[in-house]
Design a protein around this ligand. Structure first.
Ligand SMILES: Cc1ncc(COP(=O)(O)O)c(C=O)c1O
Length: 429
């Protein structure tokens, strides 16, 4: 094993973070090669810096004016230069400050500096590089983003175990979650994915449910199991009802139990309406983890970034940093939130008027981009095809039993027509 990896492992030894590292996670380190040397040269090479594989002219990166003309306010450095492996320092700092502002329960708790990833997907892949070995168990509710299968089962050769997301009363099924973690899965190390607001259901826990999740995870961890809890906060902030728990559960897990490593994956993708920017963040927290431990985890994440995508888009990071510092940022985010909330309220009211039919039934939803119908008799794909080919309406079938509707992408004035079409179509198949 590389001596730098050994050093990082030694730093982490005795913590739950060390115990849950995958084989690859143990091998990861951040090499003191080109990137480290050129970072050093950036500070010290005052005459010529010939370290990094870029082309400079007159002290600024060479570039094509045809690209530059569209981004007039950024400097050449902000647009064209490589971003550091872990991301632009100012952006990582401001994202961390924002995380504390958006999650007041984090107050007095410590977390690592976020590492920039190429979108949230890549953040999840980097975390699974660090913590998942072939054969490990990943627990997710049966309502989950389909890409998890590709990431955990196909890439990492892990085993996905699901539990029912809702109980028969339409509440979050925390009993099934606890039973799965403590009884069904026998292994000592478990990876749990919490994705709220959830894709595809559009559901987030209400305060009582969030408290139940926190105490059940504490019980499972106290029984000796080591949990890596990855909070996929892709849709964070899109909470439309007052009783919803409005923070990331990461904030509660950050110092809950020595046997829990909390891994937060979030990003600009949905929160900042910047889907194509490919900017995500990966942040670690755990009870008793010190700054030294966090730095070791960050370096391992940097090793995974360096050996896969090398670094994320610089221009996107520069634009995002400028936007967050802009005094209209909050107000504009709020405006976008209200547009989505109005769409949500319209769909809620349409569903209240809906008296039910024999084919589809809406599942509970209160947040995010989506709502989902459960479709009787495994006809979800038939309904999707019918809507698409006979009515020109695109929806997503999830497995055989669910139809997901992204009301976030339909103007409020068209929602009534859309849902009328879906309800009529469901009766025709
Ligand atoms: C739950 C969830 N996680 C992650 C992502 C991916 O985010 P990104 O585009 O930043 O990779 C999505 C996007 O659809 C999602 O629904």
């Amino acid at each position: 094993m590389n001596s730098l990896a050994e050093l990082l492992n030694k730093t982490l030894q005795g913590t739950a973070a060390y115990d849950v590292l995958s084989e690859l996670g143990r091998m990861l380190y951040f090499p003191r090669g080109i990137v480290a040397q050129s970072a050093e040269a950036k500070k010290l090479a005052t005459k010529y810096n010939a370290t990094v594989g870029m082309a400079y002219m007159d002290g600024t990166p060479m570039h094509l004016e045809s690209i530059k003309r569209y981004i007039p306010e950024l400097s050449n450095e902000e647009i064209f230069a490589y971003a550091p492996t872990a991301g632009v320092a100012g952006l990582r700092e401001i994202w961390k400050d924002e995380m504390y502002r958006k999650n007041p329960s984090l107050k007095e708790k410590t977390v690592s500096l976020p590492v920039v990833t190429s979108g949230i997907t890549n953040g999840i892949v980097i975390s699974s590089d660090m913590f998942i070995d072939p054969g490990d168990t990943v627990v997710v509710p049966d309502m989950f983003w389909g890409n998890y299968r590709l990431i955990f089962e196909v890439r990492k050769k892990a085993r996905i175990v699901t539990f029912p997301f809702f109980d028969s009363a339409g509440n979050l099924n925390t009993e099934a979650m606890e039973d799965t973690l403590s009884e069904k899965v026998k292994s000592k190390k478990i990876i749990l994915i919490l994705n709220f607001p959830n894709n595809p259901s559009g559901y987030s826990p209400v305060k009582e449910e969030a408290a139940k999740i926190v105490s059940l995870l504490n019980r499972v961890a106290a029984s000796g199991k080591k949990l890596v809890v990855i909070t996929d906060d892709a849709y964070f902030g899109l909470f439309y009802e007052n009783e919803i728990y409005r923070e990331s559960l990461f904030a509660e897990l950050a110092d809950l139990n020595d046997n829990i490593l909390a891994v937060k994956v979030d990003g600009a993708t949905k929160e900042n309406l910047a889907w194509g920017f490919r900017i995500g963040f990966l942040t670690f927290a755990g009870k008793s983890l010190s700054k030294e431990h966090y730095d070791a985890l960050v370096q391992k994440a940097m090793g995974a970034v360096r050996s896969s995508i090398s670094s994320s888009s610089k221009v996107a990071q520069s634009l995002l940093l400028k936007a967050i510092k802009n005094n209209q940022y909050e107000e504009q985010k709020e405006q976008a939130f209200h547009i989505l909330m109005e769409r949500y309220l319209e769909v809620k009211s349409l569903m209240r008027d809906y008296k039910g039919n024999s084919v589809i039934k809406p599942l509970p939803f209160n947040s995010g981009y989506f709502m989902t119908f459960s479709v009787r008799n495994g006809k979800a794909e038939d309904l999707r095809r019918y809507l698409l080919t006979k009515r020109g309406i695109g929806t997503i079938s999830v497995g055989t039993d669910y139809l997901r509707v992204a009301y976030s992408s339909i103007d409020k004035k068209n929602l009534k027509d859309l849902y009328t079409e879906i309800l009529q179509a469901s009766e025709s198949i």
